[in-house]
Design a protein around this ligand. Structure first.
Ligand code: PFF
Length: 444
């Protein structure tokens, strides 16, 4: 149970409530959502199972685990580089995750002070622009979020947060359902549902396909060794398949629910679904500002979101911290401060992406856009390829069958998807998106 709570805590976070709706909006809705769901089940499930089984078999941090198993399974210790890429991905992701979590922290205070009550769409939009436009405020809230994260990881009170997840996820669910009720009465529920679930394949590009796949990895916390690091603590008798299925279903359900709340509100207030990273910070305050008791519910909602971000942030730091503790004999506190300090500093790239360096655009956009693209759409999927190839091709059948408890149908499905479906599909989407595969359809 503790393991399920930890992995669910890591999976459910800003990715579900902030990132999923904004990406679905930017990428045109239905077709994106469909590809995302396909990726979650056909790629996410086998990758998550592979990651947990590797973690449980190695029982070390991801770098040491990959090195050990690489050797044990008759391959090479160089597999540790996969663990190393995960450590780096965690650091890069948290560098921007913390900034967005900082926005959430600030919005908790704004909500509590009644700043949104009765506000119009223009006012909410102006408040967002004023806040993110002031780099000192953004830096302050990013610093606050990182400081508490470092404190939690240093003190090793993650256990407390695991207990919090027990309450957090159901509470988040209840509030989302209440918001869903509100969204249904907004009069634009049908347009929201239509936007989310009517696939328009003409609007789907390989780029948005890659974004959907990247989001599947991001939201499930897979491809970077976080789940592997947690797997190291999983008892031998627990079912990896059952655990993965529970986490995947809970995580996907919460993301879809968030989408069903956000888009009706977007259309009811004539906002732009393709607004970008600010989407949730436009729609939710507006909704809370209009509903009875909105200051109270808004505050609770943002508090829950901050907690959900903390349980994810811990997962993002875990590979790096566990690595420093086990391989460099650092105390947990030292490791937390070193890793957290680095993440805090790197985070300034994102802090400034929304204000002073807003105009600094290259490749995919701002610094934030590039860090996000590099991690979600490149590093995590690539990690997923290596992890499934390792588990299903390098590890011998006996090892994996032992971890997955036998050779039944579930085992065969896992092995088939991890051997063929996941790595091939990931590489295909990735190479298509970067234009390295020729277009064979007539007319190009
Ligand atoms: N899954 C988290 C979210 O959806 O917010 C983000 C995340 C957490 C990614 C932990 C990776 C990770 F290791």
């Amino acid at each position: 149970m503790a393991f399920i709570l930890a992995v669910t805590g890591s999976a459910v976070g800003l990715g579900n409530i902030w990132k999923f709706p904004y990406l679905a909006g930017v990428n045109g809705g239905g077709a994106f959502v469909l590809v995302y769901l396909l990726c979650v089940f056909a790629i996410g499930m086998p990758v998550m199972m592979s990651e947990i089984l590797i973690g449980r078999r190695g029982r070390r941090n991801p770098v040491a685990t990959m090195a050990l198993l690489g050797e044990e399974e008759g391959s090479t210790r160089h597999w540790r580089l996969v663990g190393g890429m995960g450590v780096l991905a965690g650091i890069l992701i948290l560098s921007y995750y913390s900034v967005i979590a900082g926005w959430t922290l600030a919005y908790t205070l704004k909500s509590a002070s009644g700043a949104f009550s009765g506000a119009s769409a223009d006012q909410v939009g102006a408040a967002f622009a004023a806040f993110t436009g002031d780099w000192r405020l953004v830096a302050l809230s990013h610093t606050g979020f990182m400081a508490i994260t470092i404190f939690i990881v240093a003190r090793g009170v993650e256990r407390g947060l695991e207990q919090a997840v027990r309450f957090l996820v159901p509470a988040l669910l209840v509030l989302l359902l209440a918001l869903l009720g509100y969204a249904i009465t907004s009069g634009h529920f049908v347009s929201g549902v239509a936007f989310l679930f009517t696939p328009d394949f003409d609007a789907l590009t390989w780029d948005s396909g890659l974004a959907a796949m990247g989001q599947a990895f991001f939201t499930l916390s897979i491809g970077m060794g976080a789940v592997m690091a947690y797997g190291a603590y999983l008892p031998a008798e627990t079912s990896i398949t059952g655990t993965s299925a529970a986490v995947v279903l809970a995580d996907t359900g919460i993301a879809l629910l968030a989408g069903l709340v956000i888009f009706p509100l977007v259309f009811a207030n004539a906002l732009n679904p393709g607004e970008g990273p600010g989407l949730v910070f436009f729609t939710l305050p507006l909704a809370f500002g209009q509903m009875p008791g909105g200051d109270f519910f808004g505050t609770i909602f943002f508090v829950l979101l901050v907690f959900a971000a903390w349980t994810s942030a811990i997962g993002l730091m875990e590979p790096a911290v566990a690595w420093l503790v086990e391989s460099f004999n650092r105390s947990r506190a030292q490791a937390a401060v070193m890793v957290g300090g680095l993440i805090w500093a790197v985070g300034f790239g994102t802090v400034l992406s929304f204000n002073l360096l807003d105009d600094l655009r290259f490749y995919k956009g701002t610094i934030f856009d590039n860090v996000d693209h590099l991690t979600s759409n490149v590093m995590l999927p690539l990690g997923g390829v290596f992890i499934t190839v390792f588990a299903a091709w390098v590890m011998c059948r006996n090892s994996t069958a032992e971890e997955l408890h036998g050779a039944g149908t579930m085992y065969r499905i896992w092995r088939f998807t991890a051997r063929y479906v996941a790595p091939v599909a990931i590489l295909f989407v990735f190479l298509k998106a970067v234009g390295l595969l020729p277009d064979l359809t007539a007319g190009g």
